[in-house]
Design a protein around this ligand. Structure first.
Ligand SMILES: *[C@@H]1O[C@H](CO)[C@@H](O)[C@H](O)[C@H]1NC(C)=O
Ligand SMILES: *[C@@H]1O[C@H](CO)[C@@H](O)[C@H](O)[C@H]1NC(C)=O
Ligand SMILES: *[C@@H]1O[C@H](CO)[C@@H](O)[C@H](O)[C@H]1NC(C)=O
Ligand SMILES: *[C@@H]1O[C@H](CO)[C@@H](O)[C@H](O)[C@H]1NC(C)=O
Ligand SMILES: *[C@@H]1O[C@H](CO)[C@@H](O)[C@H](O)[C@H]1NC(C)=O
Ligand SMILES: *[C@@H]1O[C@H](CO)[C@@H](O)[C@H](O)[C@H]1NC(C)=O
Ligand SMILES: *[C@@H]1O[C@H](CO)[C@@H](O)[C@H](O)[C@H]1NC(C)=O
Ligand SMILES: *[C@@H]1O[C@H](CO)[C@@H](O)[C@H](O)[C@H]1NC(C)=O
Ligand SMILES: *[C@@H]1O[C@H](CO)[C@@H](O)[C@H](O)[C@H]1NC(C)=O
Ligand SMILES: *[C@@H]1O[C@H](CO)[C@@H](O)[C@H](O)[C@H]1NC(C)=O
Length: 881
């Protein structure tokens, strides 16, 4: 972004440079003799620098006028310009430069001066006309002495770490200054007062931390051509007198917090080439007179709250190349008339408005677009025919555009330049043809109704997203071509069948494979082991059999392995312990037998470990203190950002309701969310022995399920150390002894099930354990005490009546609060809509905890939903009925 900006502001500067260069080049043809004192000064300056790459190797010979970056006056031989190619230089800036009395042009950009302030002595170089110190690693304040440079025409201090520039208060009177560039520093406070800079043509202040309003005085710079205040924290209105800047060519106020409406006076800026007001909080209408901006080439008004219609006058902007009105609240029809003179338009982005794109099927637009984004507009129901006329399109995004139509055949060949194709979340049907000669790189056709076979992919494709369609048949065609660049292939939630092909060795750049929720059968192919860069492997919800291939151990980058809901047999391989990066491992719902290998103790990064619903037997290894992520309470953000993208959204999987995550918000927020989920599930196996003592080390665990096994012995006394637990299910085992009192200390616990064990003794008294429905303790003959019937020894004590009374009061409390059943019910309903079930469940009981733990998430309004617990909840729900 930043480099974009730098390139964007360059052209005008470059022009100046080019002119100067022409002068120098002609100058150096003539033999000019170097002035000895200046030669000394230059050498002394050079001595301050570290020149690792020999950039200044020509600075040796006598004739300093021929040195690289040095230019002398033809007439006098004095050094007049110094422009170094500083990218490989660092060191000190020596004051010997002061000896160059005739220097008018000084450009030391890109030399790393090590974070010092700009030296004051530069303020004494009065003859300077151009001072360029961009990207020099200067920090702190701009010295007021620079205000003495009264001959300065251009001053470029951009891309340093300057924190203050009190230009106005120090009598800066740079009346001849034409270009002032302080962009991309850390300047804060209000904008500098530039009233005195009456010659200013360019003012670049973007990428700082300026706050407050844009002063009206800005309207009093009659020569201003470029005003770039973007990427600051400015608020208030766009100055109404902005229309006075009649020479303005570039007005960029984007990425601030400006409010109010776009002033009508903007229509007076007849020389304006670029208008960017995007990413503010502007309201009201798009000015009706916008069509008067007859020179306008680029118009960005996106990410505001503009409302009303798109003015017809936009169709008069005959120079317009970029029209971006995305993400506003614009409404109404967009018709042919809106584009009547836009024959130069290259980019059209109307996405995320309430616009209805209403053009005649035979419309032949005046433009040839390169980028089309109509996502979230109402484009359908028919596939827009006019797109066929756009033969240069490289980016087409019609996601969620209400298209309910068959994909036209011409779509796939309309533009030979099409690289990015996004059609997701429509109801587009039809088959996808052979795309092997298409130029598409990134293709997202997810959530549509495409049917027929998986096509041959475009030869250069990197990302192919076809999940949530009705594609059927085998995918052996994947093997027919070499896909050197393919890195993401998501085919989940289709009706694909047959074997998973065994040709993955042909795809060296593979990163993520999702074949989940299809009908694939046969074995997991061994060639997957050739995908050394594979990070995410999702095969759940198929009919795969056989063992996990031994070759998978070569995929050392794997972070997510989900092969649940298949018919895999054999034992859990011991090589699993070599997969040191694995964060998510689900073997749930297979036919695995044998013991849980001790090697899992090496999976230090594990976050989700799910071996449930298999035939595993024997004891659980006692090394859970080794799982450093789970033992930490930190909500780590270890999960890669792509993780989120890879999960299907809106997917309630009919085969196997696991690993379906619903994502809201942007990619950056996924990390934060998933970091919260830490889970161990060994339920529904035949595990025996006791609960390992090391379980208590898992202080960050959110959910533990050991139910439906044959575990014996006591519940570990310090179970209360798992203080982040939302859900604990130990039901259907043969655990004996008392319920440890420490359990009452897990304040986060929202779901508990200890039923059907051999537990005994009195349930320790705490609002926590009493708040659960009695059914969670059922089937333990020896348990007694609130919420179960009172214990026999209690009834012999005098306090019996009062404790009985308390119990009744508690019952009343329970009725006032939520009963367990209601809680589960509410959790489920919520879960489907918004959140992580356990969290929501416990929210209802513990508001303060919610505020503390989920504060940030709450604010961001982003939730994630894990279906993992739904089976548990459903069974409880039933039992309660
Ligand atoms: C600036 O200089 C400091 C001190 O030498 C150095 O640590 C830092 O890496 C430099 N910054 C850049 C961006 O070069
Ligand atoms: C330069 O500016 C400073 C501070 O503004 C001032 O004190 C000084 O007199 C000026 N003149 C010279 C030659 O430095
Ligand atoms: C801008 O200011 C905020 C707080 O005022 C600070 O957190 C942030 O780091 C600053 N940004 C820059 C680029 O200096
Ligand atoms: C528009 O942008 C805002 C702020 O980024 C965002 O909250 C909102 O969801 C966006 N609207 C749409 C329709 O995407
Ligand atoms: C399609 O356009 C919408 C709206 O601008 C955007 O949110 C989405 O990310 C785009 N899709 C892709 C994959 O670029
Ligand atoms: C797919 O198209 C390519 C190039 O257009 C062609 O070579 C190949 O034979 C086609 N394959 C099939 C199965 O149609
Ligand atoms: C694939 O990329 C190569 C190299 O960038 C290019 O020469 C070739 O034309 C591309 N193929 C297609 C079908 O676009
Ligand atoms: C699953 O695969 C087996 C063979 O491995 C086959 O007999 C069975 O019919 C398949 N089941 C389904 C539902 O496809
Ligand atoms: C814990 O992990 C380390 C390496 O990650 C391994 O050497 C050690 O044996 C493990 N501890 C146990 C008890 O298995
Ligand atoms: C947890 O976070 C704290 C503070 O953010 C940090 O000091 C600590 O090292 C982290 N612990 C682990 C195990 O990552």
């Amino acid at each position: 972004m930043v480099s974009d900006k730098i390139t964007a502001i360059k052209p005008l500067l470059v022009l100046v440079l080019v002119l100067l260069f022409c002068v120098f080049v002609s100058g150096s043809d003539a033999q000019v003799r170097c002035v000895e004192s200046e030669r000394e000064a230059l050498l002394s300056f050079k001595n301050g620098l570290v020149d690792d790459y020999g950039s200044l190797s020509s600075w040796r010979r006598d004739e300093c006028c021929e040195w690289h970056g040095v230019e002398c006056s033809i007439a006098t031989g004095h050094v007049v310009a110094l422009q170094l190619d500083g990218a490989n230089l660092r060191g000190k800036i020596g004051s010997s430069l002061l000896e160059l009395h005739h220097l008018t042009y000084l450009d030391l950009s890109w030399i790393d001066f090590g974070g010092i302030p700009i030296p004051r002595f530069i303020g004494s170089m009065k003859q300077l006309r151009h001072l360029h110190l961009s990207t020099c690693n200067f920090s702190r304040t701009v010295p007021p002495q620079l205000g003495n440079l009264t001959n300065l025409r251009s001053l470029d201090l951009s891309a340093n770490s300057l924190t203050s520039a009190s230009l106005s208060t120090h009598g800066f009177a740079l009346e001849s200054l034409e270009i002032l560039n302080l962009a991309y520093n850390q300047l804060d406070g209000s904008l500098p007062d530039v009233r005195a800079f009456s010659s200013l043509t360019e003012l670049h202040l973007w990428g700082n931390n300026f706050t407050g309003t844009i002063p009206l005085s800005i309207g009093h710079l009659p020569k201003l051509q470029v005003l770039d205040l973007s990427y600051n924290s400015l608020d208030g209105l766009v100055p109404l007198n902005i229309g006075h800047l009649s020479n303005l060519r570039v007005l960029d106020l984007s990425y601030n917090s400006l409010e109010g409406s776009v002033p009508q006076s903007i229509g007076q800026l007849s020389k304006l080439l670029l208008l960017d007001l995007s990413y503010n909080s502007l309201e009201g209408l798009v000015p009706l007179n916008i069509g008067q901006l007859s020179s306008l080439q680029v118009l960005h008004l996106s990410y505001n709250s503009l409302e009303g219609l798109v003015p017809l006058s936009i169709g008069q902007l005959s120079e317009l190349q970029v029209l971006d009105l995305s993400n506003n609240s614009l409404e109404g029809l967009v018709s042919e008339s809106h584009f009547i003179k836009l024959d130069r338009l290259k980019t059209l982005d109307l996405s995320f408005n309430s616009l209805i794109f209403d053009v005649s099927p035979s419309w032949s637009p005046p433009f040839q677009l390169e980028r089309i984004n109509l996502a979230g507009c109402s484009v359908g129901p028919y596939f827009p025919k006019w797109i066929r006329t756009q033969t240069s399109v490289s980016y087409l995004n019609l996601s969620g555009a209400g298209v309910r139509d068959e994909a036209p055949r011409w779509l796939w060949s309309a533009s030979s330049r099409l690289e990015y194709l996004y059609l997701s979340s429509n109801q587009i049907s039809g088959t996808i043809p052979n795309l092997s000669s298409a130029s598409i790189v990134y293709m997202d056709l997810s959530y549509n109704q495409f049917s027929g076979p998986v096509p041959l992919f475009p030869a250069n494709a990197t990302d192919v997203l076809l999940f949530g369609n009705m594609l059927s048949g085998s995918i052996s065609s994947v093997c027919e071509t070499r896909h050197d660049r393919l890195s993401v292939l998501l085919l989940s939630n289709n009706q694909l069948s047959g074997e998973v092909p065994n040709c993955w060795g042909k795809m060296p750049n593979f990163y993520s494979l999702n074949l989940a929720s299809n009908d694939f059968s046969g074995e997991i192919p061994s060639s997957l082991g050739a995908l050394h860069g594979l990070n995410l492997l999702q095969l759940h919800g198929n009919n795969l059999s056989g063992e996990l291939p031994h070759s998978l151990r070569h995929c050392r980058q794997l972070r997510l392995i989900d092969v649940g809901g298949n018919k895999l047999t054999g034992e859990i391989p011991t090589w699993i312990g070599q997969m040191r990066n694995v964060q998510f491992l689900s073997l749930r719902g297979n036919k695995l037998h044998g013991s849980i290998p001790h090697e899992i103790c090496n999976l230090a990064s594990i976050q989700v470990l799910d071996f449930s619903i298999n035939n595993l037997s024997s004891m659980i290894p006692d090394c859970f203190n080794n799982f450093t992520v789970i033992t930490s309470k930190n909500a780590t953000s270890i999960v890669p950002s792509l993780f989120g993208m890879v999960f299907d959204t809106n997917n309630v999987n009919k085969h196997y309701g696991y690993s379906s995550y619903e994502w809201k918000g942007r990619e950056s927020e996924y990390k934060k969310n998933l970091g919260l989920l830490k889970l161990v599930d060994f339920s529904s196996n035949r595990l025996s022995g006791s609960i390992p003592k090391s379980f208590s080390s898992m202080r960050g665990l959110n959910s533990l399920n050991l139910s439906k096994n044959s575990l014996t012995g006591y519940i570990i006394p310090d179970i209360g150390k798992m203080e982040m637990l939302d859900s604990l299910d130990l039901s259907h085992n043969q655990l004996s002894g008392k319920i440890p009192t420490s359990l009452a200390e897990i304040y986060t616990l929202g779901v508990l099930d200890l039923s059907d064990n051999n537990l005994s003794g009195k349930i320790s008294t705490s609002t926590q354990l009493q708040s659960f429905n009695p059914s969670v303790y059922a089937g333990n003959d020896g348990l007694c005490g609130d919420p179960l019937p009172k214990c026999p020894e209690d009834s012999s004590r005098p306090s019996t009546t009062s404790s009985g009374g308390n119990m009744n009061e508690k019952d009343d409390d329970d009725n006032n609060n939520f009963s367990f059943m209601q809680e589960v019910g509410v959790s489920m309903a919520f879960g489907f809509i918004v959140g992580f079930w356990g969290v929501v469940g416990s929210f209802i009981l513990k508001k303060s905890w919610r505020i503390a733990f989920f504060n940030s998430l709450d604010a961001a309004g982003d939730w994630f939903y894990v279906e993992i617990a739904v089976p548990v909840l459903v069974s409880k729900w039933r039992r309660n009925w």
